[in-house]
Ligand binder design. Structure first.
Ligand code: FA5
Ligand code: MG
Length: 381
């Protein structure tokens, strides 16, 4: 149903479908549906919730440190494995590198899985204070808060020894304190008086590493990861002897809270009932859902093989149903006496914009049943 020519513009370059989707290349796992997202750059639309949020965060840093932070929001999402993983010290055997989790164009090139992919390059270019915003890509499950494409903003700040010496603190404690203050200030600016908490975590590229959670509608929601940059990253990229902090925040997560957006698929909607509710520069808007259309559930059961993964199933379902697939959920699993394991998945089909017909859903489910055995090496029951 695509009427455009098969090229997109992103990161100041023209990307053609042939460069990104290679169905007969086993080192490539990018589906057509993901290629079409490459040039959309939702974060660069001033009247889109993600663009409104990005601009507000820019303003926070501009007010606090006028002219200090360099801002980048048009770097190509196609990056080397080196930039995405090695440069930020992700170990060679780390799970995030697997074909099951990352979109590979070939064995050396990926769709960035986080904006941290640009840290080393920006340091080498001499940047010391910068914000990098962009679309990021991950193979993942399907539900209201997960989508294979989402958006992050990376923040990075380098301190020279003179800055922490004067405080009487060591460099790491000084950077950590500044990082926390900065991000608590940002949360206050975006949400007013909210309850926040810091949770210890692990990232290969920071130590210590922490996550910020916001108490929202009765739950703690993780909105960003951050920490004090591993010295090796600074040493390898021309900044030996300095200390830095870095953060990566999830724009959809923050925007869902800010604007009351209930489903992550809505960010991609071109339905005027969605897009017309947001205005450039206006943060106080609450999204009014148009009537919620009923979901339709279809189950599929099959005997799995060792190579089966839920992410691969989700990719097949997305490839066929696109954004009509709301959720894919394992509802039953058992192993028989012969050691064969059967899984039953429940697929929820629902449009955000209209009612689906029985025919339409039956047709989608029939295509899922047709493609699943061949693509996933499983046997339907
Ligand atoms: C990272 O991606 C790190 N690069 C963040 C970072 C940068 C840490 C710099 C330290 C220094 P993580 O995978 O947790 O971390 O993602 C960061 C944020 O992106 C999350 O807190 C969340 O807000 C958002 N996020 C992660 N996965 C998803 C998803 N599937 N859908 C929507 N938002 C997501
Ligand atoms: Mg996390």
């Amino acid at each position: 149903s695509h009427v455009h020519a098969s090229i997109v513009q992103a990161g100041g370059i023209t990307i053609s479908r042939e460069d990104v989707v290679k169905e007969d290349d086993p080192t490539n796992n990018v589906p057509d549906s993901v290629f079409w997202k490459l040039g959309l750059q939702l974060h660069r639309r001033d009247d889109h919730p993600l663009g409104i949020l990005k601009n507000e965060i820019y303003k926070f840093f501009e007010d606090k440190f006028p002219g200090k932070y360099q801002k980048f929001d048009d770097l190509s999402p196609i990056v080397s494995v080196t930039s995405n993983f090695d440069d930020v010290l992700v170990p060679p055997d780390h799970v995030s590198r697997r074909y099951n989790d990352t979109y590979y164009i070939n064995s050396d090139t990926v769709l960035r899985t986080h904006t941290s992919a640009h840290q080393a390059q920006k340091l080498r270019e001499g940047c010391t204070h910068f914000l990098v915003t962009g679309d990021v890509y991950r193979r993942d499950s399907i539900d209201a808060t997960h989508y294979p494409v989402f958006h992050q903003m990376e923040g990075f700040r380098v301190f020279s020894p003179a800055e922490w010496d004067a405080s009487g603190m060591d460099g790491t404690s000084f950077a950590l304190q500044d990082l926390k203050e900065t991000l608590e200030g940002l949360a206050k600016r975006l949400f007013g008086d909210v309850e926040t908490r810091w949770v210890d975590t692990y990232f290969p590229f920071t130590n210590p590493s922490i996550e910020l959670e916001i108490f929202f509608q009765g739950n703690w929601l993780e909105v960003l990861g951050c920490g004090v940059t591993e010295p090796a990253i600074l040493e390898n990229n021309g900044r030996a002897g300095t200390v830095a902090w870095a953060f990566g925040l999830g724009l959809e997560r923050l925007a869902m809270v800010l604007f009351d957006i209930p489903d992550i698929r809505l960010f991609w909607s071109s339905d005027l009932r969605f897009t017309s509710q947001f205005k450039a520069g206006q943060l106080g808007i609450k999204f009014k859902p148009f009537s919620k259309f009923p979901p339709c559930y279809k189950d599929i059961s099959f005997w799995i093989s060792d190579s089966f993964t839920e992410n691969n199933l989700c990719e097949v379902v997305r490839g066929i149903a696109g954004d009509l697939a709301e959720e894919v959920k394992l509802i039953d699993s058992f192993t028989n006496k012969k050691g064969m394991t059967s899984n039953c998945f429940r697929i929820a089909y629902r449009s955000m914009e209209r009612s689906l017909t029985d025919d339409e859903i039956n047709n989608l489910q029939a295509r899922v049943r047709e493609e699943v055995p061949g693509k996933l090496q499983v046997t339907l029951r």
